[in-house]
Ligand binder design. Structure first.
Ligand code: SF4
Length: 351
């Protein structure tokens, strides 16, 4: 199994500078954002929203977008959701083309569910630290050490890892998936150790955990959240289960992105400190315009924001180009897709 510094190098692309509380501190991040990386000119007089709408009609395409996308992408999406909802929607679609505004593993899942349809992404480089932190060869070697165990993989992993797994889960259904496994079976859970710990607590069973983390959710600062709670005594702190255990212990509510969105609408509280990627605030503000949403602060020595650098690679310009050129396409080799479909379908049949 890779060591923590090896995982860090794989997911961040540079040397870890220090190991401290909550994992490895990161500095020196230099992300490509928004429309950087487009190597062709786009007529600046184009009304991109209008052009995208025209292209969608012309190509019988839909746009699926994740809650962590920038607001202008969320606003043009045909369907907006978390990983589970997007997978469900991808399974239902009759469109010829799916433009997936999210990250690579999500588009791969859509392709596995729709081998006959074209799946394009705005930016092929939009990856995920969790997926990158779980290379398939290392995962296979880990599984081989526990030949009788059942392997549950969080949907944030590559198609190749999905193909080696017995179950796929999302943060919305992970507890239910693990509870569906016979109690006498040993369970391996990959790649997010924080979600794994959360599931162990709520499903009431031990599991072997892969050691990856999300570079966004591991950066929230326990101390700064305590300070913020002190200053906003009536605020509720809500968090995604990918956060570190010390941060989750402070939370008034822990749930998937959709569950967090639902929670803020059903509570009487007027202020919420939100411990997940801030893209979700756009929908929270729309759903509860009379409420206040504060971003949970990150640790010192990080990139000083909680935005996912992968999700934020996408832009309207790149969506326009991907629909116009039907490129870049996401492809999954057939022998992997056929095997990966089994645990994905198993999850969807439970949801
Ligand atoms: S927020 Fe974290 S888990 Fe989600 S895509 Fe970004 S790196 Fe991956």
């Amino acid at each position: 199994m890779p060591t923590e510094p090896e995982l860090f190098r794989a997911r961040c692309g540079f040397e870890p500078l220090a190991i401290g509380y909550g994992g490895l501190y990161k500095t020196g991040m230099n992300y490509t954002r928004h429309s950087e990386g487009i190597d062709q000119d786009i007529d600046p007089s184009l009304d991109l929203e209008q052009e995208i709408a025209r292209l969608k009609k012309e190509k019988n395409a839909i746009i699926l977008a994740h809650f962590y996308q920038v607001p202008e992408i969320q606003d043009i999406a045909d369907f907006l959701g978390d990983s589970l909802q997007l997978a469900q929607q991808a399974k239902k679609t009759t469109a010829d083309v799916i433009c997936f505004a999210g990250v690579h593993f999500m588009a791969e899942t859509a392709k596995i569910l729709n081998p006959e349809r074209i799946v394009v992404v705005p930016d092929l480089e939009a990856g995920c630290s969790l997926a990158d932190g779980c290379p398939v060869d290392a995962f296979r070697a880990w599984r081989a050490k526990y030949p009788d165990a059942v392997a549950v993989s969080y949907i944030n992993c590559s198609a190749a890892v999905k193909a080696e797994s017995d179950w796929i889960c999302t943060s919305a259904n992970a507890v239910r998936v693990v509870q569906a496994i016979p109690p006498e079976k040993q369970v391996l859970f990959a790649p997010d150790r924080n979600l794994g710990r959360h599931v162990m607590k709520h499903a009431g069973r031990e599991m072997q955990l892969w050691p990856s983390t999300c570079i966004v959710h591991e950066t929230f600062s326990e101390r700064k959240i305590i300070d913020l709670k002190e200053r906003h005594k009536d605020a509720l702190f809500i968090a995604h289960p990918e956060c570190e255990p010390a941060v989750l212990r402070l939370a008034d509510y822990v749930g998937s992105t959709t569950a967090l969105l639902r929670f803020v609408q059903t509570q009487e509280a007027k202020t919420f400190i939100v411990g997940t990627e801030p893209g979700i605030l756009h929908q929270m503000k729309k759903a509860a315009p009379d409420k206040t949403f504060l971003e949970a602060p990150p640790q010192e020595g990080t990139c000083a924001c909680n935005e996912c650098p992968h999700m934020k690679r996408n832009s309207l310009e790149k969506i326009y180009l991907s629909l116009r050129d039907l490129s870049p396409r996401v492809e999954v080799p057939e022998q992997i897709a056929v095997r990966a479909l089994v645990p994905i379908e198993r999850m969807l049949s439970l949801s």
